[in-house]
Ligand binder design. Structure first.
Ligand SMILES: [Zn+2]
Length: 259
């Protein structure tokens, strides 16, 4: 198996660590507060072990499947289901659904990932793919992608009122919560992502167009790097240090060692 290179201290979480995190470290309250209009009919999703190949034996067949969680009463029920699957990743569906499960809108989001950054050491994404390192990234790339996130935050703030930044564990997400952004058409989203790319931001077009509608749940665990998915203010974002910031370190790492 190919070993990915990751910034110092970042590594896969074990099943036991995922269990510890979602039992005592995860705050369902905070996760619920992310949804300012309430949870409504928000769908959640988990991937148990697609990238890490770490999964409970009983879910071997479904380790790489995207499992939707849409039957729950409260966020605590969602937590219970997460604890059942012990996934490497937890997402929510940005689509907004009506009572008949019809899509009536979609939250606008932008995904900035470090592997899309051309690194002075590791090269372009194509170079990394050649080395089977498409999911790898280094501290330099993380710093560069953070600068892009700051820039994109500024760019979006000129057009929208409610822009939120989230550290995803690998890179950064920018969410636009303006109500008029929910009703943009696919064409308008593609137009916007084209524009953002022309300015020089390395976004994942699939996320902005809406084709990939899942996005990491804030305050969940990114099990590929053992970091907590963390909402950040604009000021936070500029000085944020994902390697050491205690707010994104799960307790199992803080108690473990050298930080
Ligand atoms: Zn690099």
């Amino acid at each position: 198996m190919v070993q990915y290179y990751l910034p110092m201290g970042m590594r896969y979480s074990t099943l036991e660590e995922r269990r510890q995190f979602y039992t005592g470290n995860f705050s369902p309250q905070k996760a619920a507060e992310w949804f300012h209009q309430g949870l409504g009919r928000t769908k959640f999703a988990v991937i148990i072990g697609r990238h890490t190949k770490i999964y409970p034996q009983k879910y071997k067949q479904d380790a790489s499947t995207t499992i939707i969680i849409d039957e729950y009463q409260t966020i605590r029920d969602v937590q219970t289901q997460i604890l059942e699957f012990l996934p490497e990743a937890v997402y929510y569906d940005r689509n907004v659904y009506d009572a008949n499960d019809r899509k009536v809108g979609q939250e606008l989001a932008f995904d900035l990932d470090p592997e899309n950054i051309t690194c002075p050491i590791h090269g372009t994404l194509a170079d990394k793919m050649k080395q089977l390192q498409g999911l790898s990234f280094c501290e330099l790339e993380l710093e560069m992608v953070k600068k892009e996130a700051v820039g994109l935050y500024g760019f979006l703030s000129e057009r929208f009122d409610d822009v939120r930044a989230v550290y995803s564990g690998r890179g950064f997400h920018l969410h636009v919560l303006d109500s008029n952004a929910y009703i943009l058409t696919v064409e308008e989203r593609l137009e916007l992502s084209k524009e953002v790319k022309l300015v020089g931001f390395h976004i994942d077009e699939w996320v902005t167009s809406g084709e990939m509608r899942l996005i990491r749940l804030p305050y969940s665990l990114n099990g590929l790097v053992s970091r907590i998915v963390l909402p950040l203010t604009k000021q936070d974002l500029e000085t944020f240090d994902p390697i050491h910031d205690p707010r994104c370190l799960p307790r199992f790492l803080r108690e473990a060692t050298t930080f």
